[in-house]
Design a protein. Sequence first.
Length: 395
Amino acid sequence: MIIDELISKFDSVFDEKYKKKTFFAPGRVNLIGGHVDYHGGFVLPCAINFGTYMAVSIRKDNKIFGYSNNFEEKGVIESNINELDYLETDDWFNYPKGIIKTLIEKGYKISSGFNMLFFGNIPNGAGLSSSASLELVILYALNNILDLKITTLEMVLIAKEVENKYIGVNCGIMDQYAVAFGKKNNAILLDCELNKHEYVKMDLKDNKIMIINTNKQRKLSDSKYNERRAESYSGLKILLENTNKKSISELKIEDFEKYNNEISNETERKRAKHVIYENNRTISAGKLLKENDLLNFGKLINESHKSLKNDYEVSCDELDYLVELMINDESVLGSRMTGAGFGGCTVNIVNENEIGRITEEVNKKYFEKFGFYPSIYVADVGDGCKEMRLESESN
């Protein structure tokens, strides 16, 4: 029904004479591998069945009009293909502007404007990659309607460049990669150094992925994300020099234990410890998932959160409280914060028969503790970007 409603809204906002197409890009949840992607380590994300929907048409002039169902109060925002500089007042519309500007700079022919309408059901600021989802749905749509012949990996790299250079968030490649390469019922074991992946079949048996949003909002570019990144780089550089290794993925736990005293700054030592231990945890988690060893897979998820809390220090009271509630419940295999941290969500592997009970208990206890409710989602592992069809066209 979402696509039918999107088309109906498009026709009411724009002139319905325009021929339009509709597209979808998912969000993602990272099962394990927190804050190692920008160091070239391994991560284990999966695409989820929440995401960003887009209806788009090509105009006959060079104007670009954007409308978001999520920000209806902002109305239709206008620009054109010759005026694509970042403007604070354009808010979310800077994402399509940044994509189009970057494509033009890379030599792709874009000679006309667009009407664009969006709807996303990923909570903003929750750490489920709403921005990467928006970037990829735009890229996928323009690639399709303009026949730009951009490969999936190229789209990932372009989206990351827009996020880094145009938006100003110094993220790694995981978010965009997971959104673009998502595959139903599969996780993605991604080597962020080589930009290569393998799919890992996810047989969760009688368990589901439960995502709990703290509803504590944080803006990624305003957080301490870049600070953590710089601190960990400094510590890891010293370890690489002492081991004569070239990449983070080559560093083993024994390397850290042998040379960590060479890192004189205690904070930098803790940051480096997290990255190395987490990278090795992620590789082990991929093997356990292949072997259907969900019990030990869940234990690694729990260890990941402890490391993110104590060594990388990107958690917060709300995240820690939710994780504590979950790991003390016999029906939960594993729980950790996911995303950049300082708020956002936890990802939990939960027995599907206990979801109702757990939801009720978490809502009650969380409200008693913090005075507001979390938001709880049960997610399926879905596909990456795709063109969508009207319900009437599918029948």
